[in-house]
Design a protein around this ligand. Structure first.
Ligand code: ATP
Length: 134
C-alpha cells in the first residue's frame, strides 16, 4: 500500500462486504459526514444509516451502511455494521417493498407498533433506493 492509499474494510456479521485500497472516502458519521484521506488521525465514531462514498483511481463507488461503527488507524478504515451493501448488490424491488411496509406501519398509528424500529427500517430502505438511483 502506498502512503497515498488506505485500506477500507466493511464487515457485517454475515460477510466481508468490502476490502480494498481506496484513495478517499466520505462516511455518514452520526454527527455529520466525515471525509477520510490517507494519514488521517486515529478516530472511532458511530455511523448513521447512510451512504459511504468511496474513491479509487478517480472512480467513485457507493456502499450503503446501516449504522454501526468506524475506526480509523494507521491508514486502515474498519467499518462494523449490521448490514451493508455495495451499490450494485442492492435489490431495488426489495427496498421498495421494505419502504412501503415501513410507511404503512408508521401510518397505522397503532399502539402496538415499535415506532423507532419502523422509522429505522424506512431510513434503510430510503438510503438503499437513493444509492441505487444515482
Ligand atoms: P428487509 O425488510 O427487506 O429485510 P431490512 O432493512 O430489514 O430489509 P436488514 O436487516 O438491514 O434488512 O438486512 C438484512 C440482510 O439483507 C443484510 O444482509 C442486508 O445486506 C440484506 N438486504 C436488505 N435489504 C436489501 C436490499 N434491498 N438489497 C440487497 N440486500 C439487502
Amino acid at each position: 500500500m502506498s502512503e497515498n492509499n488506505q485500506r477500507l474494510e466493511i464487515v457485517t456479521p454475515q460477510k466481508k462486504v468490502f476490502s480494498e485500497n481506496v484513495d478517499f472516502l466520505v462516511a455518514p458519521g452520526s454527527e455529520g459526514e466525515l471525509g477520510i484521506l490517507p494519514k488521517h488521525a486515529p478516530l472511532i465514531t458511530s455511523l448513521d444509516i447512510g451512504i459511504m462514498r468511496v474513491q479509487q483511481d478517480k472512480k467513485y463507488t457507493k456502499v450503503v451502511v446501516t449504522g454501526g461503527f468506524m475506526e480509523v488507524r494507521d491508514n486502515r478504515v474498519t467499518v462494523l455494521a449490521n448490514a451493508a451493501e455495495r451499490v450494485e448488490e442492492i435489490d431495488v424491488q426489495r427496498a421498495e417493498a421494505a419502504k412501503q411496509r415501513a410507511e404503512e406501519r408508521l401510518a397505522s398509528k397503532s399502539e402496538d407498533i415499535d415506532l423507532l424500529r419502523a422509522e429505522l427500517a424506512l431510513k434503510r430502505a430510503i438510503m438503499r433506493l437513493k444509492a441505487a438511483a444515482h
